[in-house]
Design a protein around this ligand. Structure first.
Ligand SMILES: [Zn+2]
Length: 107
C-alpha cells in the first residue's frame, strides 16, 4: 500500500480542479480513502435543518463547509522554498524524515 505523506496541519497547494492554485492547511486526512480536507478549499453549501434552540434562537440554514478532495489533487508546500513539491524520504540516524524534492529541506 502506498503510504500517505500528507499530515494534518501541513500546508498544501491544490493542483487540480476548480480550486487549483489555492493554498491551505490540512484539517483532516482519510488515508485509507486517499482523501484530504483543506481549510478554505472545496467549500460547498450545505443545508442544515432549522431547529429552534433553547435560548429562543435557531440553528441551521445554509453553511459553507469544506468537502474532502482527492489526495492526488494536492501537493505539500515546502516551508523552505515555498513551492509545492513532491515529497522524498531520507533516513536520519534511523528516523525516516520527509524531505522536499526541490531543495532537500526537511518537511
Ligand atoms: Zn523546498
Amino acid at each position: 500500500m502506498r503510504t500517505v505523506d500528507i499530515k494534518k496541519n501541513d500546508e498544501v497547494e491544490v493542483i487540480a480542479g476548480k480550486d487549483r492554485g489555492k493554498r491551505g492547511r490540512v484539517v483532516n486526512v482519510l488515508p485509507r480513502e486517499n482523501r484530504v480536507m483543506v481549510e478554505g478549499v472545496a467549500r460547498a453549501k450545505r443545508h442544515l435543518p432549522i431547529r429552534p434552540t433553547s435560548r429562543g434562537g435557531q440553528t441551521g440554514g445554509i453553511i459553507l463547509k469544506e468537502q474532502f478532495i482527492d489526495l492526488s489533487n494536492v501537493m505539500v508546500v515546502c516551508k523552505s522554498c515555498g513551492k509545492a513539491t513532491r515529497i522524498g524520504h531520507r533516513e536520519d540516524s534511523g528516523i525516516k524524515v520527509r524531505v522536499c524534492r526541490r531543495c532537500e529541506a526537511e518537511i
